[in-house]
Design a protein around this ligand. Sequence first.
Ligand code: UDP
Ligand code: MG
Length: 313
Amino acid sequence: MKLGIVVPCYNEEDVLEETSNRLFSLLIGLIEKGKIENDSRIYFVDDGSRDKTWTLIKESCARDQHFCGIKLAKNRGHQNALLAGLFMARGDALITIDADLQDDIFIVEAMVEAYLNDFDIVYGVRKKRQVDNFFKRFTAELFYKIIRMLTGSDSIDNHADFRLMSRRAIENLKQYKEVNLYLRGLVPLLGFNSKIVYYDREKRYSGESKYPIRRMISLALDAVTSFSVIPLRIITLIGFLTFLGSMSITLWVLWTKYFTNFAIPGWASTVLPMYFLGGVQILCIGVLGEYMGKIYSEVKARPRYIISDMKNF
Ligand code: UDP
Ligand code: MG
């Protein structure tokens, strides 16, 4: 089989040399063992980096034809960079892996074996998260819990975007045109035979996480809004409960007015619901707006990435 390894890179000058060395020896090792063909390739996708990343990629490409480079004209985010790599790279199967060597590259062989045993999708799943700090671990666990709750059991916990996909899985992925991309949610929807391979997650080899809290939130919002309408149903439920509540308050008010003599002009009972309902309404409008924004970007259907340069293609 012909294998392609797709590596998205954003400002990864600190790790790139080590990454390309390690991936190169892995690839050559697999070629020598006869597991994969000699025209297997490593595809670096430069996601509009502002440092020397593209220069380093070009150097690797000049050194050996097993390296290929794709340069995006602008930073489009991890998910779009992955997509660019998946759609441009050649191979009977493609493996996507982060540039920072946090994922165990020796799992690649097990993934290839699973592919040869007729699995179309092989997920790399982390066994434990000891190396991440408490905050990252806590937010990640919360994230997977909420996603699972909102989108059903299809999503796979502790699976980042380290996975193998067969050619036909990738060709079918092309039918999903969404701009708000959440690959971890889309891939299980393809429905092909899949398998999980476990590994230990390492510390980032060098450099800093390119997923600051802002990006983590935006990924989580994409995951929820593009896979679940449950937040919209929650709004309906809140509306319904508020309606029931105001019905019983109406009864109470009428009863107080006509059957008792302590109907003092109520301040608290006027002001409290006002603030409460105002808050609920603004929250609900916010949720609606979130979906509307997503619809807006889907309707525009702008290209998900633009390639400005390619090497060794
Ligand atoms: N990445 C990217 N574009 C971005 C942000 C990140 O291509 O806008 C790449 C990054 O170079 C790395 C991978 O996505 O290869 C995962 O990022 P990172 O390791 O920083 O995330 P973390 O592991 O901390 O979640
Ligand atoms: Mg990382």
